[in-house]
Design a protein around this ligand. Structure first.
Ligand code: NAP
Ligand code: ZN
Length: 345
């Protein structure tokens, strides 16, 4: 077994603290990565707090992982030691169902194996990237171009692919008016991709002080959602809303901002909310959702980012400051992703 250092929540009530654990030995089809950086996703906080469902504890969060390959199994074909690599939200899937065959492992009919807060196919708990090393089967490891600055690339493994995938699926681009609801880790990547794909991008935000930063990201317009006059001015105007909000919000209000035939795409996961049928019926609107992205598409997104010079805007933190980082994230006080420098572990 591989002795591993990490930070874990022992239950939903306590803060993260140092915790040592074991990972499996490197199997014939496995890659071992020395983790250098790990992004801090709002999903990490939702999960350690049992917001969605009772978690698997002790829980080592982290699914925006980048680092250096230190060992590969005998049958590994596509990776070599010394290369940079990434791991996102999944570490396994059945590889046989129609979804897996289409490169949609996130929707595997048997359920994908999440990088942490899950049991693997042998029933062992999975542990994430707030740790110094990880062992992952080759099919779930991503190549990272030398052109990409490593720390700022980590958030692409979740925030990046979670916004890239729906924008590609719905072919959002030239001629479309896209609203990005919530300018956090996911939202700021959605702005970058929306602009890169040629859409006219509006940020819908609760934080007036993010206006200049949103424009610096390339957003064409900025609307403060608490300002009734600003909201009224964009009523019925968007082809797509990409909803990245992590907390309770009024879906009926935001659906009213769509054009006839517009689509509201949910990626944020707050507590369940109420939607009035008339909010969809009036204007033949679609309500959709999207989960992360498949492995092939994640590689495509990373390559697109390397080609177009797209990375996340980050604040690098020491792992001992993780609880403070969560508190700031909840207040919307991060521009736009915290990334843990794993050497501080
Ligand atoms: P984040 O960095 O905290 O950003 C969320 C943003 O939502 C905040 O910056 C804030 O933006 C806005 N917001 C927060 N509370 C709000 C409220 N009460 N009303 C309106 N807006 C509010 O979080 P994140 O890491 O981007 O994650 C966002 C959500 O996506 C989380 O729920 C996460 O679990 C989920 N997620 C889903 C997937 C998936 O596969 N579907 C993948 C990753 C994450 P403003 O300051 O601009 O208002
Ligand atoms: Zn995430």
């Amino acid at each position: 077994m591989i002795q591993t250092k990490g930070y874990a929540a022992q239950n939903a009530e306590t803060d993260l603290a140092p915790w040592n654990f074991e990972r499996r030995e490197v199997g014939a089809h496995d890659v071992q990565i020395e983790i250098l950086y790990c992004g801090v996703c709002h999903s990490d906080l939702h999960q350690i707090k049992n917001d969605w469902f009772p978690g698997v504890f002790p829980m080592v969060p982290g699914h925006e992982i980048v680092g250096k390959i230190v060992k590969v199994g005998d049958h590994v074909k596509n990776f070599k030691t010394g290369e940079m690599a990434g791991v996102g939200c999944m570490v396994d899937s059945c590889q046989a169902c129609s979804e897996c065959q289409q490169g949609l492992e996130q929707y595997c009919q048997e359920g994908n194996t999440q990088t942490y807060n899950n049991l693997d196919r042998e029933g062992r708990p999975t542990y994430g990237g707030y740790s110094n090393t990880i062992v992952v089967r080759e099919e779930f490891v991503l190549h990272i171009s030398d052109k990409l600055p490593l720390a700022a690339t980590a958030p692409l493994l979740c925030a990046g692919i979670t916004t890239y995938s729906p924008l590609r699926h719905w072919k959002v681009g030239k001629g479309h008016k896209l609203a990005v609801l919530g300018l956090g880790g996911l939202g700021h990547m959605a702005v970058k991709f929306g602009v890169a794909f040629g859409a006219e991008v509006t940020v819908l935000s609760t934080s007036p002080d993010k206006k200049e930063a949103a424009e610096a990201l390339g957003a064409h317009h900025f609307v403060v959602t608490s300002d009734a006059a600003q909201l009224k001015a964009v009523k019925g105007s968007f082809d797509f809303i990409l909803d990245t909000v992590s907390a309770d919000h009024d879906m009926n209000l935001y659906l009213s901002l769509l054009k006839t035939n517009g689509t509201h795409i949910v990626v944020g996961v707050p507590a369940p909310y109420a939607i009035h049928p008339f909010s969809l019926i009036g204007g033949r609107k679609s309500l959709a959702g999207s989960g992360i992205g498949g492995i092939k598409e994640t590689q495509e997104m990373l390559d697109f980012c390397a080609e177009h010079g797209i990375v996340s805007d980050i604040e690098l933190i020491d792992i001992k400051d993780i609880t403070k980082a969560y508190e700031r994230m909840v207040k919307g006080d991060v521009r736009y992703r915290f990334v843990i420098d794993i050497k501080t572990l």
